[in-house]
Design a protein around this ligand. Sequence first.
Ligand SMILES: Cc1ncc(COP(=O)(O)O)c(C=O)c1O
Length: 395
Amino acid sequence: MTINFDEIYERRNTNSLKWDKFKDRYRAKYNVEDADNVLPMWVADMDFAVPQVVIDAIKERLNHPIFGYSYISDDCKEAIRQWYKRRHNWDISKEALLFHSGVVPAIATVLETFTEPGDKVCISTPVYPPFFNIPKGLKRKVVECNLAESKENIYEYDFEKLEEEFKNGVKAYILCSPHNPGGVVWSEETLKKLIQLCIKYDVLLISDEIHADIVFDGYKHIPTMTVEGADQAKIVACIAPTKTFNLAGLHAAIIVAENEKLRKKLIQNKNAHGLDDWNALAAAGVQAVYEKGDEWLDEMIQYVDKNIDYLEKELNQIDGVRVIRPHATYLVWIDYRGTGLSEKEMMDRLLNKGKLALEPGTKYSEAGRGFLRMNLACPFATVKEGVERFKKALL
Ligand SMILES: Cc1ncc(COP(=O)(O)O)c(C=O)c1O
């Protein structure tokens, strides 16, 4: 390892959602008594410093004292294209790149462009909460179709159930690939079946691939748009460097729209809302990581993998608790159904006895009841501390 992921940074009082804002969110709901001393291992950002190349690139941009209107350079677009070619064998055309401030607002733009209020939007639950909050906010009807659970506790698609929903007039389906929570890397066969189903029922497929880069040994993320048959589907992908390199605060995402008809409509809608491309600092930072971030990412994945080894070894010793080993993402899904504790009891114990903030499973829909999500993108010392606190909570 050449990068020191053990370094601990004080993030309190930095306007950090994870470290400063969780108090408001959890205090009210769970009656947290000592919020200042709770260890936050919830929302999906890392406690690691970003790659040095980001800081260098932004500093260099800061050397010029004018921040007038800017645009995304061809060099930046090429860095993005080369990254996806190199890491994912995905040849994205330059024209297909539509820039956005985030994957969540990008999904909103896509839904707003291609569906109407009252239309049905289908999602596979449990899933990342904006998948239901965004369509609901846009007055679309959300159709939740639960994923099935395999023997290993890993989620898989129940295509019969999904087809039943599609038959009833679904307009759009939001895919999470890799899946959050659970960290499932979907197989090519699964993606192929999903694409065929979308074609059969003329469903728009929105493929959120924000977690694509953080995949552990033995698994391979397959970009949905590279799967056989995808060119026949109504499909767009949403990608971003923000989970990969811990850049959420810079706000940068991309809608990939290869289909010209879809792309034109998306551009029209972006223009109608005056949505701009990335800001100058985000563009500088993102170009740098896509050109020079490979080593940092490879080492970060190895580091987090070891964090997960430790968590799995320790928590699996607790009666009724089972760590579900993710194929991808630094977010670990923990099954505690065997403890018999209700979610309220579990959250109360974690927050007040253990002083540990994890995500409660029902945040990801009712299908997540009995699970917790824990963020392991942090120094090993923090993981150890988190494990101690988890054990204390359950004593
Ligand atoms: C599946 C998924 N999509 C999107 C996001 C957030 O995207 P953004 O911050 O670009 O809006 C997250 C964050 O955790 C996520 O897990």
